[in-house]
Design a protein around this ligand. Sequence first.
Ligand SMILES: *Cc1c(COP(=O)(O)O)cnc(C)c1O
Length: 266
Amino acid sequence: MTSPRVEIDLGKIQANAQCLVRRLGARGISVTGVTKAVCGHPDVAVAMVDGGVAGLADARIKNVVRMRTAGITCPISMIRSPLLSEMEDVIQYCDASYNTEMDTILKLGAAAKQQSTSHDVILMVEMGNMREGVMPENLDDFAARVIATPGVALKGIAANFACMDNVAPTADDMAALSRLANQVEGACGPFLELVSGGGSANLPWALGEGSTGRVNNLRLGEAILLGTDPVTGHPISGLHTDAFALFAEVIETRLKPSSIPVSYTH
Ligand SMILES: *Cc1c(COP(=O)(O)O)cnc(C)c1O
């Protein structure tokens, strides 16, 4: 077989997904499997689905198309705000998308109506990560506008942590997200089905002892694929950390000092 190559043990990915689905399920939290790190590789996606994830998510529409073309029919969401140039594809291939701009949501709604369907919108809330996100003080008004937009349905809210700053969320952060969910419902009416608390960086909180509040979903990539915590880099107990293996021919193996005396280099 050619080298260098990466071999992927799909059984280990399935087992990691299964373990996380079971442990988080006991805490009332569903798992969305994030496939962007493997460019939507269908075999890896199927391993996640076989492990029991509630759905898949990716940050690139071409990865989603790749999974759909391979016959994957489970719910797939776009976890990055859709580009204005890809609205039709997002409506056609994704059940839901994470959004932060009213302009984008209006265009999604128009594209959904054109395709005689409805698209679920999850609002990404800014919780201090300073990636994309609606500011909490604007969330009620923003949600009301989404609810009034034809062609889309407000499915929930979500937060991102440790993406730009590598700081794990605290119990206070997660309680604040729960309060925001209650507040939006109080202000706008409809029940928020999904309160998505972030990615693998939130596992220490999610698998801890504290109340999970309204948070009922995590979007997990690294923990399923690598079995590690993205903030510390440490293995997560019970997970395989060797599902991916790099095979290459060794051309030299030798212990060398980190520098050599200058006289040898001339
Ligand atoms: C990549 C990504 C995730 C998954 O992050 P991991 O650290 O790999 O679990 C979750 N949410 C969003 C918005 C992402 O872009």
